[in-house]
Design a protein around this ligand. Sequence first.
Ligand code: PBG
Length: 329
Amino acid sequence: MIPTVRPRRLRSTPAMRRLAAETRLHPAELILPAFVREGIDEPRAISAMPGVLQHTLDSLRRAAAEAAEAGVGGIMLFGVPAVRDARGSAADDPRGILNVATRAVAEEVGDALVVQTDLCLDEFTDHGHCGVLDARGEVDNDTTLDRYRAMALAQAEAGSAVLGLSGMMDGQVAAVRDALDAAGHQATAILGYSAKYASAFYGPFREAVDSQLGADPSSTGDRRSYQQDPANRREGLREAELDIAEGADIVMVKPAMSYLDVLSDVAAVSPVPVWAYQVSGEAAMIEAAAANGWIDRRRTVEESVLGIKRAGADAILSYFAVELAGWVR
Ligand code: PBG
């Protein structure tokens, strides 16, 4: 008689399931995205992101220390400036909020966390686009690269160890690598947001950074001319390959949960680490359903991030990073 194949043997007890797990989460591979706002005395809530704050410099320091304490691997900083203009001048100003905050966090946590910064103009421009606009109101690729070079130097000088290039301009990795090397910042790493899609899941983030996108009637209110079309899978791999060829130290797929196929494709061939970003709208869906009692919050958070890891992510940016680190360690 042919014996029945019984996969259930390895699911029979908690100890057996623990031993047989193919994937597990570790705090060191989690990265906390954090927002710091210029000119406020108290941290501010973000209505579409329960539990996430627009920090003051002081509360950001404390949040970074808490993340380090929890064993989280890194923090990704986003700045919300008090004043915006067409070229995003605050982005490369050493006194700009993101650069000031980077110095403060680097001083606070030292080597206990990898301090990283978002390198993009959307938080700093008065039109809300990720680059500077030409006379027709289109995002001008190569003029924007000059702004990214300047931002890169300001961020490296402020103490950022990893620059997160999230603007989706062509050639941005090569331009920033060149600027860093020419200024002696060989040790500063580049995280290419390589396969970044024009996603509705960024909705709550726009509130988190007070994005001005769409407020200016002379330019479009979306990013579809530079972020990728959600319909395209092969193109995600191509973007990652281009960034690797330009010198990216890490590549990213973003958002994560609706793009696990792209993540898996990139992870299968990438010679450099592959990260994924569980974005604001992905977190918001979980929070909203959990608040309604429709899903179990902790189990859903764990399962969602485990799924991203299983698909091939080496590290994950998640608004749940600190809480999750406490659960899995
Ligand atoms: C661009 C940037 C965005 C996010 C991270 N970096 C917004 C966008 O591209 O529109 C979104 C992150 C999130 O939704 O959590 N600076």
